[in-house]
Design a protein around this ligand. Structure first.
Ligand code: ATP
Ligand code: GNG
Length: 228
């Protein structure tokens, strides 16, 4: 059983790489709840009012996915539960949560993480972190086109996104729930460039091989279909 989680800031390419990697490895993808998330547009319209609700919503959906992923064989998860606190802490630091909400959130997170301790598998096998610069992040957010994430929607988003990148650096450095590796999301266009895509896939499968975690029956596919 091999469980891989992807991490990285907004628009880094986690969902895209989750799709590519799960096809390449022949495993099941688990996606973060975004287009079906009723709280996300509310949060971007009024962050102070909805930061706590959004966090509880994400924590709940992530907990569902992680429970399924850690009991089934061979999965790839788009964003880890370990990034949840990063987002909430950042929102709390900029005054979008009361101290009661902060305390309640951390208690709930702690409680849920304790539940994971009882799972047959507690942690992922590998964290794949996609590094991107601010410019790349904004380019991808524009390309994807969710209206409420655009800088034109809210002038404070530039600061929010830059701050998020600053929070990610120490988060990745301190992450120690599993082995980890970084992908250069600025240089490697794994969506449009097949050679770059193969570089990324080789980096990940080399790491899995080195760890003895490449599924035994895995055969390198000759071609995989990518949805743009
Ligand atoms: N390496 C890449 N090169 C070029 N385009 C990319 C790359 N990765 C992602 N994209 C494009 O950038 C956009 C955002 O990618 P994606 O939705 O996968 O990001 P994400 O990390 O899952 O974002 P979020 O955190 O918001 O869910 C998409 O339009 C995707 O096609
Ligand atoms: N506030 C907040 N907390 C989270 O845990 C969290 N996880 C993701 N997101 C936002 C970022 C993208 O807009 C969009 C897709 O990743 O959802 C979050 N926002």
């Amino acid at each position: 059983m091999t469980v891989i989680v992807l991490s990285g800031p907004i628009g880094a390419g986690k969902s895209s790489l989750t799709g590519i990697l799960s096809k390449y490895l022949g495993t099941k993808p688990f996606y973060e709840s975004v287009d079906d998330n009723p709280v996300l547009p509310l949060f971007y319209a009024d962050p102070k009012k909805y930061a706590f609700l959004l966090q509880v919503y994400f924590l709940n959906t992530r907990f569902h996915s992680i429970k399924d992923a850690l009991t089934e064989d061979n999965n790839v998860l788009d964003r880890s539960i370990y990034e949840d606190a990063l987002f909430f802490q950042m929102n709390a630091d900029i005054g979008r949560a009361t101290s009661e909400e902060v305390d309640t959130y951390y208690e709930l997170l702690h409680n849920m993480m304790n539940e994971l301790e009882r799972m047959p598998k507690k942690n992922p096998d590998l964290l794949v972190h996609i590094n991107v610069s601010y410019d790349t992040m904004i380019k991808r957010i524009k390309k994807r086109g969710r209206p409420y994430e655009q800088l034109s929607y809210d002038s404070t988003l530039e600061d929010y996104y830059k701050r998020l990148l600053r929070y990610y650096k120490p988060w990745y450095e301190n992450y120690d729930y599993s082995p980890k590796m970084e992908i250069d999301g600025d240089k490697l266009d794994f969506m449009a460039n097949p050679a770059d895509r193969q570089v990324v896939l080789n980096q990940i499968t080399d790491k899995l091989k080195e760890m003895g975690k490449l599924p035994e029956d895995w055969k390198k596919p000759t071609d995989i279909q990518i949805e743009a």
